[in-house]
Write a protein that binds this ligand. Sequence first.
Ligand SMILES: Nc1c(NC[C@H](O)[C@H](O)[C@H](O)CO)[nH]c(=O)[nH]c1=O
Ligand SMILES: CC(=O)[C@@H](O)COP(=O)(O)O
Length: 220
Amino acid sequence: MASFTAGCKLSLLRPSLASSSPQHLFPSLNRAALSFSSTSLPSISLVSTGNLRSRSIVASAAVGPKLLLGSLTSTQGLKFAVVVARFNGIVTNLLLEGALETFRRYSVKEEDVTVVSVPGSFEIPVVAQKLGKTGAYDAILCIGAVIRGDTTHYDAVANSAASGVLSAGLSSGVPCIFGVLTCDDMDQALNRAGGKSGNKGAEAALTAIEMASLCKHHLS
Ligand SMILES: Nc1c(NC[C@H](O)[C@H](O)[C@H](O)CO)[nH]c(=O)[nH]c1=O
Ligand SMILES: CC(=O)[C@@H](O)COP(=O)(O)O
């Protein structure tokens, strides 16, 4: 079993390892141990964040030998809000469908999901923040599609949505997940809304489940 010097971030010890998978870092950890909650791991402290494709691991000094990882299977009782922009609705409806299908697939009850409709992506953050501050939700999934036009309007909306969703999460203390596409054209957007590049709404819903579980089961 791997062991690290207390007080050192893994990324400081060896930066290239900071975004590696736990299995890569510690071949002796099996999948079962990694797939759920506070499994005791002798001689190492790990904190894992990120979605399924990009987990990042840091060794943590202060806590004991535990792996903190949100569960995708213990979804009972987790409550979600989805804030979805109507702008470019042909895309955002597909993203929303992907998200709701994922919640269903991971056994999140329909009555535990609230969908809130807003005009455009610019309006998402204030609503996400308000929802977060109600304390009624374990994660807020934000869905929108910003598509480049002729002017710089795109940059303003895309940047505001990104920093606004971040800020909503930080100020409310509830994970606010960024499921807002920022694309050069409609083709790019449709490809990411159930087309050949997958459905980013579905991916964002998985991130919401993991973060909700992490915060509710380990960090509250
Ligand atoms: N151009 C896009 C917008 N623009 C609308 C803004 O989000 C906002 O509703 C308006 O400025 C009023 O405050 N919204 C998107 O979601 N996607 C876009 O591509
Ligand atoms: C005005 C908008 O909301 C957006 O579609 C940007 O389009 P454009 O840059 O062509 O004005």
